[in-house]
Design a protein around this ligand. Sequence first.
Ligand code: IMP
Length: 423
Amino acid sequence: MVTIVIGTQWGDEGKGKVIDYLAENHQIVARYQGGANAGHTVVVNGKRYIFHLIPSGILHPQAECILGNGVVIDPISLLSEIDLLKKENISVTGRLWISANSHLTLTSHKMLDQVEDQYRGKGKLGTTGRGIGTTYTDKTSRIGIRLGDFLDADTFREKLTINLQMKNYLFKEYYGKEIFQPEKIIEEYTPLRERLRSMVIDTAKYLNDAIAKGKNVLCEGAQGTFLDIDFGTYPYVTASNSTAGGACTGLGIGPTKIDRVIGVAKAYTTRVGEGPFPTELDGDLGESLRDLGSEYGATTGRPRRCGWFDSVLLRYAAMVNGLDALFITKLDVLDTLPVIKVAVAYQVGQERSLDFPNGYRALAEAQPIYEELPGWQSDISKVRKWSEFPDATRKYLDRIEELSGAPITMVSFGPGREQTIEK
Ligand code: IMP
């Protein structure tokens, strides 16, 4: 069975925990897009792991992990994650495979990302500064460097020289910054080559062979539907297809091989970085949600913007991803609230709309129309069966399921593996 897990909001939905939960029954966990901008948090036996590149499934000894061709690889970040895992006695040897076609993120990409975003001034995107957009830009400009190219010293030198010739013009003439010397980058990255070599393979072939043998594959999306380069709140998006379709192109699996798509949604909404967010809560309530949910970016530590659950977003996410199921996370964060609101529609100018607005301006103007539901005001952390949830909790879940158009099959209400219930 091949399953895709995607975020249905603006990322940080708790996909790390969901992947960790599902990985138990999978032989392969594969990332298909994004890079070290992701921050997938998993808590096992009270210990907190944050993964930026390595799929969260690595904590399951039976699982092999793949970084597909659609992922952009920062070797420094990847190897430091591997080293951290080693300290915990978790080995990636023979369990982590990286596509030779994935593109390399170098120091110059990270620097350019940061400079570009500063230069945007008021229009800044608030990127993670991890060189994601600049690596994908090089990929589509056909001046990128693939991991396979990096393995051959001469090819790397040749491609890097062409790449830096173009980038240095920008650095020097446009941004007035220091240029990058190819030799310095070669010196910085050469020691990493042999550490990566044995992991670099044709992951599309590997995956398709595994699927043919009947192995269970979990495709791990990073970021979320509304950060997708095509369907997100453009231009305030990331640079890849984080929606379900990205799994096919980012891994080299045909759509006919996909069996199900699971969407992950927080019981409320958060966003980090700039861009429209109709149900955002300013003031005390927003801050108290941030405190209750520890809503700080796992990659950058930035405070996340918080707001109510938005079913307009969810319906759109259910449509563009073809969701079969919904996994609701962080339900416990709402435990103390007397009243919980859910956006059921938007007011855009004179119109009331059930649909996600087309275009940035309409979305920026959209005013959410809310429905209020009673809170349960009790601690649900010890619940172990669906029937043990308070009535108000079940009503809340039923209502968001009805509005979102995808069946809720799983709910999580705390960081531990045991704080998860299947419906
Ligand atoms: P970039 O992916 O670093 O280019 O950032 C573009 C936008 O996506 C910014 O608003 C980031 O905050 C956001 N973003 C990127 N990765 C994540 C993530 O894993 N979780 C939440 N937001 C993210």
